[in-house]
Design a protein around this ligand. Structure first.
Ligand code: GLU
Length: 510
C-alpha cells in the first residue's frame, strides 16, 4: 500500500434505485474516509448502456444527501479527477485497452454473440459449460489465432470486435482482503477471459473500474461481497497496466440477509414483509411499479444510518445508538465481520422510536404540521405542541402522532363498540350530563382544577371513579385510549369538552 491520503469511492451503476445494501456500502466508505481524514468520492459507473435507467443517478444522489453522506468529489460536485461519470470518460479507457493488447495482456476477438451462444448450447448438450478462455481461446475467432493482417483486414472491413483479457495459465492470485484475510484464486480453475472493451466503444465494468480507481488515486476499494470474484482479475489488471505499486487495498463487505430464511435481502422481501428496502420511494419508470422508501415511510435518516452501521460492523461494546459523527470516529474495517448479517425490521422501528423520542417537542410539532394540513386540520402551534407532549411517548413515527392524537383535532364520529357495551349503562347519560354541568361551572380550565372539581364532585355523589371516567373518555376520544383524561379535557377546551359529551350521548343512546 502507498502512504498517500485515504481516498475511497462509492461507485454505483445507475441501473435502478439504490438498495439499502448499497447505502451501507456508501456509509462504510464514508466512515472510513472520515476516520482517516480522507476523501469520499462518488463515481457513476454507467458504461452498460443496456441497463441504464432514467432517474437512477438522481435517485442515488438524493439518497446519499438524505443520509448526510455527501461526497467531496462527484458528478454534481466536481473535483480535480473528473469527470465522475464513466460514460464521459470513454476515450480514456480505449487507450488502456489498446495498451493491454499491445503488451500481450489482452487480445481482439471477433466472435459474434450468436457464435458464442451456439458454443454455449453445444456445451450444455454435453453437460459441460462453455467458457471463453484458457483451453478454448486458441480455437476461436480472435487475434491469438488469426494473423496480424487478417485482424487488420477485419477491423478495416468494419467487423465488430471486443477486447478480452488474456488470463495467464495456472497462476495462483493471492490478495489480502482487509475483512476476509488472504484470498487465493487459481486462474485456470476459476477465471475466464473477461471482455474488457465492448464493440459499442464502451469499456466493461472491470476495465473502467480499475482504470478509474488508479487515475482517481483510490487507496481502498470497499464494496459488496458480490464483487469478491472480480478481485483476482482486478489485481491482474493492475499488474498488466504496470500499476501494482499503487494498487488499492480491498475490503469486501458481508451480505445483508433476509429477516427469515436463507439468502440475500431482496426488494421482494420488503413487499412481502412490509418494510422498505430502498432509502427513498421509487417508481419504476417502465412499469410504474412503486417501492416503499425509508424516508417516505417516516424513518429518520439518523435511524436508518444507525441500523445500517450495525449490519456487518460492531463496536465491540454493548453500545447500540450511534450518530454519524460518533461512527466516523469509531469505525474500523477490522471490526467488520465476514459472515452475512440478518436484517431485522422490528429493530429498524426500534431505532426510529429512539430517534423520535430524542426530538424536542417543537421539532416534532413542526414535523406533524404537514400531516395535520393534509387532514384538513387547522390548529394553533401551541395546541399542536401540547398534543405532541401528551402522546409522543406512545409513538415510533411522526405519523403515529395522528394515530395517537387525532381526537384532539377532530371530534369522534364513531364510538368503540366494545367499550360502549362494557361501560355504557342506563344511568350513564344522566351522570355525564351532571358532569357537563359541573364543567360549566369550573373557572380555571386547567388539568389540576378540572381534576379537583371532578374528584370532589364524585366523592360527594359517592359515584365510583371508573363509572364516570370510562364513559367520559369514550365521549371525548371515541374509545378507551389516550393520555390523562383531565389533560385531554384541558387541551380540548371547556366548550368542546361539553359539546362532545352531549353529542356522544345523542349518538350512543340512539
Ligand atoms: N459499479 C459497481 C456496482 O454497481 C461497483 C463495484 C465496485 O465498487 O467496484 O456495485
Amino acid at each position: 500500500m502507498n502512504n498517500s491520503k485515504v481516498r475511497v469511492r462509492f461507485a454505483p451503476s445507475p441501473t435502478g434505485p439504490l438498495h439499502m445494501g448499497g447505502v451501507r456500502t456508501a456509509l462504510f466508505n464514508y466512515l472510513f474516509a472520515k476516520k482517516h481524514g480522507g476523501d469520499f468520492i462518488l463515481r457513476i459507473e454507467d458504461t452498460d448502456q443496456t441497463r441504464f435507467v432514467p432517474g437512477a443517478e438522481e435517485y442515488i444522489v438524493e439518497s446519499l444527501n438524505w443520509c448526510g453522506l455527501n461526497p467531496v468529489e462527484g458528478p454534481g460536485t466536481g473535483g480535480e479527477f473528473g469527470p465522475y461519470r464513466q460514460s464521459e470518460r470513454k476515450e480514456i479507457y480505449k487507450k488502456y485497452a489498446g495498451q493491454l493488447v499491445e503488451s500481450g495482456w489482452a487480445y481482439i476477438a471477433f466472435d459474434t454473440p450468436e457464435e458464442i451462444d451456439s458454443l454455449r448450447k453445444e456445451a450444455e448438450e454435453k453437460k459441460e459449460t462453455f467458457s471463453y478462455g484458457i483451453g478454448t481461446r486458441e480455437s476461436l475467432n480472435n487475434s491469438l489465432k488469426l494473423s496480424e493482417e487478417e485482424v487488420q483486414k477485419k477491423i478495416e472491413a468494419g467487423e465488430n470486435y471486443v477486447i478480452r483479457f488474456k488470463m495467464p495459465e495456472d497462476l495462483d492470485v493471492t490478495e489480502d482482503d482487509i475483512i476476509r484475510g488472504q484470498v487465493t484464486f487459481n486462474t485456470t480453475k476459476s477465471l475466464d477471459d473477461k471482455v474488457l472493451f465492448k464493440s459499442d466503444g464502451m469499456p466493461t465494468y472491470h476495465l473502467a473500474n480499475v482504470v478509474d480507481d488508479h487515475l482517481m488515486k483510490i487507496t481502498h476499494v470497499i464494496r459488496g461481497e458480490e464483487w469478491l470474484p472480480s478481485m483476482p482479475l482486478h489485481v491482474l489488471l493492475y499488474r498488466a497496466l504496470g500499476w501494482e505499486e499503487t494498487k488499492p487495498r480491498f475490503a469486501h463487505l458481508p451480505l445483508i440477509l433476509k429477516p427469515v430464511g436463507k439468502g440475500k435481502l431482496s426488494k421482494r422481501d420488503g413487499d412481502k414483509m412490509g418494510f422498505p428496502v430502498f432509502p427513498l420511494k421509487w417508481t419504476d419508470p417502465e412499469t410504474g411499479e412503486t417501492f416503499h422508501g425509508y424516508r417516505e415511510d417516516g424513518y429518520f435518516p439518523e435511524a436508518f444510518i444507525n441500523l445500517l452501521a450495525l449490519l456487518g460492523w460492531n463496536p465491540g461494546t454493548e453500545q447500540e445508538f450511534f450518530s454519524l459523527e460518533e461512527l466516523s470516529e469509531m469505525f474500523s474495517l477490522e471490526r467488520v465481520v465476514k459472515s452475512g448479517s440478518r436484517f431485522d425490521p422490528e429493530k429498524a422501528k426500534w431505532f426510529n422510536k429512539h430517534y423520535f423520542q430524542q426530538k424536542t417537542t417543537p421539532e416534532l410539532a413542526e414535523l406533524f404540521k404537514p400531516i395535520l394540513k393534509e387532514k384538513g386540520v387547522e390548529a394553533a402551534g401551541e395546541k399542536i405542541e401540547r398534543v405532541v407532549t401528551e402522546v409522543k411517548e406512545r409513538c415510533e413515527f411522526v405519523s403515529d402522532l395522528w394515530e395517537q392524537g387525532h381526537y384532539f383535532f377532530t371530534a369522534p364520529t364513531s364510538f368503540d363498540e366494545k367499550t360502549v357495551k362494557k361501560r355504557w349503562k342506563e344511568d350513564t347519560p344522566e351522570k355525564l350530563l351532571a358532569i357537563a354541568e359541573l364543567f360549566k361551572s369550573i373557572e380555571n380550565w386547567d388539568t389540576e382544577s378540572i381534576k379537583e372539581s371532578f374528584s370532589s364532585f364524585l366523592n360527594e355523589k359517592e359515584w365510583g371513579f371508573g363509572v364516570v371516567m370510562n364513559p367520559l373518555r369514550l365521549c371525548l376520544v371515541g374509545g378507551n385510549m389516550g393520555p390523562d383524561l383531565f389533560a385531554i379535557c384541558e387541551i380540548l377546551g371547556k366548550e368542546e369538552t361539553i359539546s362532545r359529551i352531549k353529542s356522544a350521548i345523542k349518538a350512543i343512546s340512539n
